[in-house]
Design a protein around this ligand. Structure first.
Ligand code: BTN
Length: 243
């Protein structure tokens, strides 16, 4: 794929930047990386702490055909692509917290924020996939949960943000193509083997449902096993937490 790559010193949010890039309708797949963000965005309206020079802030514009329904599963597909890319570079034991947080045994390593640009022509859907990975960050002031970084978890390796960006961009382009052509099918098994909720007691919908984490179904819904049944939980519907 041809990329329209922008490397920025500082930006509000690379996701916002790619949304602007898309609306200008240039050539190539829009990609932005920045050295720091002044208004980094996280999921659920939270902000994403984005200090200068220490981490990867990357966003890519992706186009899909077939309407919004095709986006079911995309978050999980991106998580698998990012985990594969990091393991290619020497990381190990990368876990995924449904739907798409990137985890190490000691805490959150990164996050993915998918934002919708909208439907341009009938059936053509454009999204921005924003990926933040903690690379060198040594102190995360204001973090609301345990976190980790590549350099602290794998100190023996050299963590170049350029190489990480290259590996992730390639993995995401390849995964998005496979997902467009064949749907979620081939991603179920690679996602499940990284499931950090597997076998754990998990609650959903603010405690309304409690069950044992049991992987995902063929569409990427999370499955909670209770004494009586297996309940599928839809992406976007709730957040899961270990009880
Ligand atoms: C999460 O809440 O876990 C998702 C965090 C996503 C952060 C990345 S950093 C690059 C891109 N630009 C943003 O403003 N957010 C995403």
């Amino acid at each position: 794929a041809r990329l329209a790559l922008r490397v920025l010193d500082e930006v509000d949010s690379t996701n916002a930047e790619v949304l602007r890039q898309i609306s200008k309708d240039g050539e190539g797949l829009p990609v932005s990386v920045a050295d720091c963000q002044t208004a980094g965005r996280g999921r659920r309206g939270r902000s994403w702490i984005s200090p200068r020079g220490e981490n990867l802030y990357l966003s890519m514009g992706l186009t899909f055909h077939g309407g919004f329904a095709v986006l079911d599963g995309l978050s999980l597909v991106l998580g698998v692509a990012v985990a594969n890319a990091l393991e290619q570079l020497g990381a190990s034991e990368i876990g995924l917290k449904w739907p798409n947080d990137v985890f190490l045994p000691h805490g959150k390593l990164g996050g993915i924020l998918v934002e919708l640009q909208g439907e341009l022509q009938e059936g053509v859907v454009q999204v921005v996939a924003g990926i933040g990975i903690n690379v060198h960050m040594s102190d995360l002031e204001g973090a609301d949960q345990p976190w980790s970084s590549l350099a602290t978890a794998f100190p023996g390796l050299e963590w170049s943000r350029n190489r990480i960006a290259g590996a992730i961009i390639t993995a995401v382009v390849d995964a998005a193509r496979l997902f467009s052509d064949q749907g979620f099918r081939d991603f179920r098994e690679p996602w499940q083997k990284r499931d950090i909720f597997l076998g754990k007691q998990v609650e959903a919908r603010g405690g309304e449902i409690k069950g044992t984490g049991s992987g995902i179904d063929e569409n990427g819904n999370y499955l909670l096993r209770t004494e009586r049944e297996v309940i599928p939980v839809r992406a976007g519907e709730i957040s899961l937490r270990v009880t």
